[in-house]
Structure formats: structure tokens, C-alpha cells
Write a protein that binds this ligand. Sequence first.
Ligand SMILES: Nc1ncnc2c1ncn2[C@@H]1O[C@H](COP(=O)(O)OP(=O)(O)O)[C@@H](O)[C@H]1O
Ligand SMILES: [Mg+2]
Length: 292
Amino acid sequence: MRLLVLYGKYPSLNSLELVEAAERRGHEVLSGSIIDVSSHISNRGSRFWLRDVEITDYDVCLLRSFGPGSCSQLTRRISLMEHMELTGIRVVNPCYPFRRARDKYATQYILAKAGLPIAETYITEDLGAAYRWAGRLGTCIYKPILGHMGRGSMMFEDPDMAYNALKSLTRIGEPLLLQEYLRKPGRDIRVFVVGDDVVGAAYKYGPPGSWKTNVAQGGRMVAGEIAEEILELGVRAVKALGLDYAGVDIAESERGPVILEVNGAPGWQALKQATGVDIAGKIIEYVEGLAS
Ligand SMILES: Nc1ncnc2c1ncn2[C@@H]1O[C@H](COP(=O)(O)OP(=O)(O)O)[C@@H](O)[C@H]1O
Ligand SMILES: [Mg+2]
């Protein structure tokens, strides 16, 4: 199989492991930044290049990130991936589901439509309306619509504290996404799904006193027995979003399990350490099944 691995500006350890795992299994692999991919369209067909190497005939593209950039640059890259899909390159995760999972607003309405448990969420660009909802939600969280690694999310116990922060956010053009704060033990659960299977799962403990459990925020993953019901919820979330593989974060809230996030470009270094599972190998194995 001819396989392309596309990352953002720089390759992460996860991207490098995908390349290694695919090479180990005898595939022809090329990797690079999505920024360096260009395309040509005519009525005779479409062609694609990574830098100056033609990649038009590649079978699969493992998409890890759209990279940093302006709204126009990101529009170009999202269309580029859709264009590749239309010409027969299998993109993993598929372009639109990948985009949707990156977007914390879209994730919520897709999960809710599938009947899966989510945290109540309000989104607006109107400061006054956000202020009123902060009062209504009680303790609430602001999340950047494209946030990751727990960065930029803030908890407010008082709507007037929220007001000051939200005012600054509107000034820099950020939509205001507010979410009910879920009381939960000092941990979440990460369920890693590839295709129809859970390939690994672990508890994610936040640092003492923190409501965030992200590894990037000092959280740590610990292997442990996880209820079948939670694992199934992970698989259903990945199916609902239309992803091939994802890391699903689930909170054990007072009203039962709630899906916090479905990460379409999940890292797995901490999970691999906690469980010993070769996640990159599992993804490549899954991709082989798609191409055959
Ligand atoms: N509604 C919520 N209530 C309580 N804790 C939350 C809530 N949403 C997120 N968290 C905590 O914050 C962390 C980061 O939130 P998440 O939505 O996963 O954003 P990110 O993409 O930045 O990881 C989660 O792993 C979880 O521990
Ligand atoms: Mg998260």
C-alpha cells in the first residue's frame, strides 16, 4: 500500500510512530506537512504533490492535522482533503468528520442527535446573551471552539467574572461557547477506538485540585478495569461522528457517564505507557483492512 502521513507544521511522536509502523509492515510511506501539499485540477483529472513528489496515486492518507493558519489557508486545506477523497484517496480520519470532531460545537450536536449523553452547551457571539446564560448555567466553563490540551478553557462560579473574560474574547473574535460544569471525581476516562474496537482505555487523573485531566495540564493515565457500558459509549461516539479512530473522553458525572470530547487526532503516548498497547500498529492494521 502507498501511504501518506500528513501532519501540521511539525511531526509529532505519534505521526512518526505511524510512519514507522507502516514501514515495518512493508508499506511505501511518505510523510510531510499538509502546508506543503499542492493540487491541480482540470477536466482531464486531478493531481497532487507533497513538495515536488507526486502523490496522486497514493491509496491512503493519514490526516493528523490541518495545521496552523488563517481562515483562508484552513479553507484551502479542508478543501484539499475533500478533493483528495473525491479522487479516490482514502483519508483517515475522513475530512469532514475530522473537521467536525475538531469543532467543540459540532461535536455536541452530532452526539446529541445520536442520543449520546453530553454536557449542556450554549454558543453565541453576543456578549449580553452569553452573560445571561452564564447566570443560568450556574458554575460553567468557557471553551475555545477549537481548543485542545485543556488550553484556554476557564471555569466561572460567578457570571460577572465570566463577563469580563468573555468581553475580551469577543474582542479577539472568539465565539463564546459555555458549558455546564460537571461535578465528577478527579478523573475522566479515555477510550481509544479503532474501527469497531476499543484498543485501549485508561483513567485520566488530573493534578490535585484541577478540574482538567489533560496530560498536557499535568494529568496522568492509569490503567484499570473500565465498565463495558463506558467502552460501548466510546464506540458509539466514534460511529456517530463518522471517524475511523478516535480518543473519546468520558466523565463519570453525578448523572452518569457524559462524553466530553471525541478527539479525531488523538495522541497515544500516555495511553501506550499506561496500557502497553501498540496503538500505531493497531491503526495501520485497520488501514490495511480498508485498502484490501
Ligand atoms: N463540562 C465539563 N465539566 C467538568 N470538567 C470538564 C468539562 N468539560 C471538560 N472538562 C475537563 O476539562 C478537560 C478539557 O476539556 P475538553 O473539552 O476535553 O477540551 P480539550 O480539547 O482542551 O482537551 C477535560 O478532559 C475534562 O477533564
Ligand atoms: Mg480533551
